[in-house]
Design a protein around this ligand. Structure first.
Ligand code: SF4
Length: 374
């Protein structure tokens, strides 16, 4: 069985090509016949994409405007993947967290976050932005675990088990879009998306396809810890927004909490960001987890201003979400506000990200970790 969500529309059309052959008129030349077949197959693939991704019908039998032949071919050959929900939790602030049981019984999680950012800084002039109240961001996973070993992250501690397949990535979105009017997708769940490059790029193609999930390129964000060659490749392959988990302002500091920095240092990372193709009015998001007495001083803020100079960007300041077993601490609220004020006073867009869903352990990897350890 082929997983439907692993197919782009063009791939589905290629599979459907032979189905039209027996109904072709005999008087067509071979070239005309091939053209007609290809056109029909593209049309059918578009119909099927509409049914699944836009009308969210998951039963081939209910797709009434498809021919009987096509429906029975789909029934026999293609399966619409639905991850099994193992557990879900809703926090008092509206954040919802889902733990999925995959076919090999590995688990990953997705989080729905309403109005993810505080409205402390208006969007740049001309930047399309829906009011915060209407924003419903879905944070999805791209791997089971993660190999990057960032010190502040529970998923990093768990290590990498495997990459997610395309259908497992798109499946999270389809399943949750059926339950909630998701407006934005961020690859910030479990895993380093650019470590699972081909599958993530293909999943993005399906998310952006106008006949598929039809998200705008502004509303799909791939977040990376800093795999420099993959950032360059991403910019060539697909037009999505980029977020970079920066978290420090010197190489010494960054290497201490993010081992990836030993391979690609801050300069290499920011050079790749400068070259990343951004359309007009788009910016790179730098994530900066604020850690008490580690990267939260005004000297850090001053270095940060210098580092991002010349890069169309905004900075998300994320006060560390303390978790059991971590020696890292969250800074005091005043320290966070002073850090933000320093950046704003120097015309650097900086937003404080409200810690969402703390009562349900909504930091990346936490629900899974709690579930695994019982
Ligand atoms: S922060 Fe992201 S890249 Fe780093 S270990 Fe966690 S999941 Fe992996």
């Amino acid at each position: 069985m082929i997983h439907f969500q692993s197919l782009t529309r063009a791939e589905l059309a290629a599979l459907l090509l032979p189905l039209g052959r027996k109904k072709l008129r005999r008087d067509l030349s071979p070239e005309e016949a091939e053209l007609k077949l290809a056109k029909q197959a593209r049309y059918r693939a578009q119909q099927v994409f509409h049914w699944v991704y836009q009308r969210q019908v998951l039963d081939w039998g209910q797709m009434t405007d498809l021919s009987k032949d096509l429906r029975s071919w789909l029934q026999e050959n293609v399966e619409i993947y639905q991850p099994i929900e193992l557990q879900s939790q809703q926090a008092t602030d509206g954040t919802m967290k889902f733990l999925w049981d995959l076919q090999d019984h590995k688990t990953v999680e997705s989080v729905i976050i309403p109005a993810a950012l505080q409205e402390k800084e208006p969007e740049a002039a001309g930047e399309a932005s829906e009011p915060a109240k209407q924003r419903l961001t879905l944070c999805i996973s791209s791997q089971v675990g993660c190999a990057m070993k960032c010190k502040f992250c529970l998923t990093g501690i768990q290590g990498l088990e495997r990459h997610l397949q395309v259908h497992e990535i798109v499946g999270q979105v389809l399943e949750l879009r059926r339950r909630a009017p998701i407006t934005n997708i961020v690859f910030m769940g479990m895993g380093e998306p650019l470590h699972n490059f081909e599958n993530v790029v293909k999943a993005c193609e399906i998310l952006l396809d106008q006949d598929g999930l039809n998200f705008s390129k502004r509303k799909v964000t791939v977040s990376t810890s800093g795999l420099v060659p993959a950032i360059e490749e991403l910019g060539k392959r697909i037009d999505v927004s980029l977020a970079v988990s920066l978290n420090a302002t010197t190489d010494e500091q960054r290497s201490e909490i993010m081992p990836v920095n030993k391979k690609w240092n801050i300069k290499a990372l920011l050079d790749a960001c400068r070259k990343y193709p951004l359309g007009s009015h788009r910016r790179i998001t730098f994530e900066y987890v604020l850690l008490k007495d580690f990267n939260d001083s005004l000297e850090d803020a001053a270095r940060l201003v210098r580092l991002v100079q010349g890069i169309p960007s905004k900075i998300n300041l994320i006060p560390f979400n303390e978790h059991p077993g971590s020696t890292l601490k969250r800074p005091a609220d005043d320290t966070v506000l002073n850090f933000q004020r320093y950046l704003l006073d120097r015309d650097v867009t900086a937003l404080i990200r409200i810690s969402r869903g703390q009562d349900i352990l909504a930091a990346c990897g936490q629900l899974r970790s709690v579930f695994k350890t019982g």
